[in-house]
Design a binder for this molecule. Structure first.
Ligand code: FAD
Length: 474
């Protein structure tokens, strides 16, 4: 029997309703593409090579796998599936353009580790670090193998500490990790100054294999490669309703795909499709980027030899430097993040105040850069979970709904790794991933509206932090 999952119908957000086999006569489509998806106006969009265009889905087609979303998760999944199963028909449906979501709007930092995971034993730390390091190496390999023109400079990102006590703890932790063979390095004094002269930073932990990735370079470069493998990519094809079953029917405004397997590669947008809405919520992060300046000028203004850094605050500030000298910065306080009522995925109003706030964070860390012109301002949608740990797995009555999501601001590497994981799960090969914290991770704990919106506003205002559930060591 086919079960009908209707976008954003509250009743169907509940797993119990979905799993009860409830069938509705008519899909009531409340996902509104004009309202729920906005254009990518980021620095990455302004500096990427022109995008190849892919046709809108017209008419009814069949596939072996339908992938919803053409960000890092969707495109890495398509890449791996197409290479492993050259005879399978794979269709990618993207609401706007390839890389229109967070993957094309991020802070650019390609990092190790899994957000939310402590990894306090040598075995666990090596496993988690090793998995994400392999994800970073995969990005480099794919760029190399297909000779893609992608700006990916792996000169190392670091965690910046602005408080002496936290810096001391970070120092001890970095030494412990180094003694386990993980190549991180604690920096202070002259060593730190070479890496950064950001005001108020008293220590840092450098992870040398990390770097800054131009996400749109990667996705726009990879798209023709994937299409060359026979994958049908459809842009401007928002999925507006899904009839879930042994064979899913995935509907867009002008067509449908019937497929026995479906991949939810929609991260922060996933709740709109009626999935994981109590496990993941879309949080808007507001970002600005400066005009390009020569490296020597940035050295004078306080930037050093690094690809980017995150600070040690709960409402984290993140900043990275593009290959052509544009400083990007986001976060840094309540004013830099927004949750819009009802889980809006496109920020519903003008974010001028938020951009001003983020500019204040830039000036706090780099006061000498206060007059550098801001060239781009944009907002992107993060997929946040309560523990910050993401989930990659397979669900559904017929075990044919795959997902990779909830990267909680750490998805540049993890979402690229997700394709390999999902491809293995599709091949029924779970073993390589079973021991990792994201494997089949259950996500829940986010209350429905209006409690969600009220809770977020009250909690963030009172504490200056974002709501989270701390994990026991994982
Ligand atoms: C401002 C910002 C800064 C960030 N900085 C960093 C960072 O520095 N380092 C880091 O590791 N991570 C960072 N992240 C997180 C990282 O970018 C994401 O975790 C990652 O890109 C998620 O990739 P994805 O493919 O799963 O999702 P997305 O890139 O969001 O892709 C989902 C795609 O699905 C499409 N879609 C959604 N719904 C539908 C539908 N109904 N039908 C068809 N298509 C649909 C969307 O249009 C989108 O293209 C940042 C995120 C943001 C927003």
């Amino acid at each position: 029997m086919q079960k009908l999952v209707v976008s954003r119908l509250a009743a169907l957000d509940q797993p119990s309703a979905r799993e009860s086999g409830m069938v509705l006569a008519m899909p009531r489509v409340v996902l509104d593409p004009a309202r729920d998806f906005d254009d990518n106006v980021s620095m990455w969009a302004a500096t990427a090579a022109p995008a190849p265009e892919f046709p809108t889905l017209q008419g009814d087609v069949t596939a072996d796998v339908v992938i919803i979303g053409a960000g890092f998760t969707g495109m890495s999944t398509a890449y791996h599936l197409a290479r492993r199963f050259p005879d399978k028909h794979i269709v990618v449906l993207e609401a706007k353009r390839v890389g229109n979501g967070a993957s094309g709007r991020s802070g650019g930092m390609a990092l190790n580790w899994i957000n939310g995971v402590q990894a306090t034993t040598p075995e666990r730390a090596k496993r988690v670090y090793g998995a994400t390091r392999a994800g970073l190496d995969w990005i480099a390999k794919v760029i190399d193998e297909h000779r893609l023109n992608v700006r990916f400079h792996r000169i190392g990102c670091f965690d910046a500490y602005t408080d002496n006590k936290r810096a001391e703890e970070a120092h001890a932790s970095a030494e412990r990790l180094a003694s386990w063979g993980i190549p991180v390095e604690y920096l202070s004094g002259a060593q730190l100054q070479k890496v950064t002269n950001a005001q108020g930073v008293v220590g840092g932990v450098l992870d040398p294999g990390t770097g800054q990735l131009h996400g749109l370079d990667l996705l726009r470069g990879l798209a023709p490669v994937i299409a060359g493998y026979g994958v049908r990519i459809h842009e401007q094809s928002p999925v507006i309703a899904i009839e879930e079953g042994q064979t899913h029917v995935v509907r867009t405004p002008h067509g449908s795909v019937r497929s026995p397997a479906m991949v939810l590669a929609t991260n922060g947008y996933t709740g709109k499709l009626g999935y994981f809405s109590t496990g993941i919520f879309p949080l808007h992060s507001h970002v600005i980027a400066t005009e390009p300046l020569p490296k020597e000028r940035w050295q004078e203004l306080g930037w050093g030899d690094n690809a980017g850094f995150c600070d040690d605050m709960d409402r984290i500030a993140y900043t990275s430097m593009s290959a052509d000298g544009r400083l990007l910065i986001g976060g840094g306080g309540n004013g830099a993040y927004s949750y819009a009522y009802g889980g809006c995925t496109a920020f519903p109003t003008d974010a001028a105040l938020q951009y001003e706030f983020v500019h204040g964070v830039l000036k706090k860390y780099f006061p000498k850069a206060k007059d550098v012109r801001i060239a781009q301002r944009w907002t992107g949608t993060l997929g946040i979970t309560m523990t910050r740990v993401c989930s990659i797995g397979v669900t559904g009555e017929y075990k044919n709904i795959y997902h990779g999501l909830g990267y909680s601001g750490h998805g540049v590497v993890l979402a690229n790794l997700a394709g390999q994981v999902i491809c293995d799960l599709y091949s029924d090969n779970h073993e390589p991933w079973r021991d990792l914290p994201f494997y089949q991770r259950k996500l829940d704990g986010i209350p429905p509206e209006p409690l969600r919106w009220v809770g977020y506003q009250v909690y963030t205002k009172l504490t200056g932090r974002s709501p989270r559930k701390k994990l026991a060591d994982d």
